[in-house]
Design a binder for this molecule. Structure first.
Ligand SMILES: Nc1ncnc2c1ncn2[C@@H]1O[C@H](COP(=O)(O)OP(=O)(O)OP(=O)(O)O)[C@@H](O)[C@H]1O
Ligand SMILES: [Mg+2]
Length: 313
């Protein structure tokens, strides 16, 4: 379904989101605006690589993240209820009429959600060993201190998906914690519930993406308590920013995998580092226009592949 906002919002990439509304919080990529019992979550087109936010926005990236989350929220409601109230621009304007005059800024990249009390744990599920889990395993044979099967290579599929919670740190690097630490933080009943919900969501996402030629190597969920006390799924869900998406046709364990979404950016920056043009500390350099374009195309193509139609349709 096309929407009247399409023409004006499709083209403009935004690095900064600046709405005349009270800000609840601003993250590396998203701004959360406080609408009393609701929140407007707006994804910018900022992209980060090697832990640095890059100066160039990637056209359509914010809309891809938000609308992909909407796709998963629609399909996982039988596993767990979630915070989404509206994600189509017309439905948002209808549910929160005070947003009507800023529609150009938030259309497609914004989602209206119920305000929740977030649990202070990131519910990570890993189906494949990569990133910080690979680093710990290579050094100690463990994950968050628990022993793992022996003889795994980098990027191998795990014998079964592992729930691997982490705490948020303000500095950006999350700390993997064991399940018993998580029980101390949220209580054992809630911890067990969040673990089983996370594993069910991962299995659904992994199987859905596998049919579309994408490996969901790992992903992170966040849950919160709604006003009425229910546990609901919040934040973003199974997006490229909260997950590792690998192209299945290029998968080969024993090394790191190319990223379905960010690989042109990584390749460009790695080449620059190799030439001595950057040292992976902020500020990050500008990207070549063709790299921005190639990356935008990849995000949009990932959306089309997963959802089955183009963004804004
Ligand atoms: N429905 C909700 N109600 C209240 N807070 C929410 C809701 N959904 C998500 N949040 C919170 O909003 C914040 C989203 O911020 P965002 O992801 O942009 O930044 P961050 O997680 O703090 O940092 P990073 O940039 O590393 O992701 C998170 O703290 C998340 O827990
Ligand atoms: Mg976040």
């Amino acid at each position: 379904m096309t929407d009247t906002a399409t023409e004006t919002t499709q083209t403009e990439a935004r690095h900064e989101i600046d709405l005349p509304l009270p800000l609840l919080r601003e993250g590396k990529v998203r701004s959360m605006y406080d609408l009393k019992d609701k929140v407007l979550m707006v994804a910018s087109d900022r992209i980060s690589a090697f832990d640095c936010v890059l100066p160039d926005p990637i056209p359509h990236k914010g809309a891809v993240l938000t609308q992909l989350s909407a796709f998963w929220f629609e399909r996982t409601g039988d596993i767990v209820q979630n915070h989404r109230i509206a994600s189509a621009p017309g439905a948002i304007a209808h549910a929160a009429p005070e947003l009507a005059d800023t529609r150009d800024v938030w259309a497609w990249r914004g989602m209206l959600v119920q305000k929740a009390d977030p649990f202070p744990v990131e519910c990570v599920v890993r189906g494949f060993i990569s990133g910080s889990a690979w680093k710990e395993y290579r050094e100690h044979g463990t994950l968050a201190g628990e022993p793992l099967a022996q003889g795994l290579r980098e990027s191998d599929e795990l014998p079964e998906p592992i729930f691997s919670p982490a705490t948020k740190s303000e500095e950006g690097h999350d700390e993997n914690i064991g399940f018993s630490r998580m029980c101390d933080i949220v209580g054992p009943d809630t911890a067990a519930r969040l673990r089983s919900l996370s594993l069910a969501l991962y299995q659904f996402g992994r199987d859905t993406l596998r049919e579309r030629g994408i490996i969901l190597a790992d992903t992170k969920y966040e849950f919160g308590r709604a006003r009425d006390g229910r546990i609901i799924l919040i934040d973003e869900v199974m997006t490229p920013d909260s997950s590792r998406f690998w192209p299945a046709d290029e998968y080969a364990p024993g090394r790191g995998q190319p990223s379905l979404d960010k690989q042109p950016v990584r390749d460009y920056l790695e080449a620059m580092v190799e030439r001595g043009g950057w040292d992976k500390t902020p500020p990050a350099p500008a990207l070549a226009p063709e790299v921005v374009q190639a990356t935008a195309d990849r995000y949009r193509e990932a959306y089309r592949r997963i959802v089955g139609h183009d963004l804004y349709e």
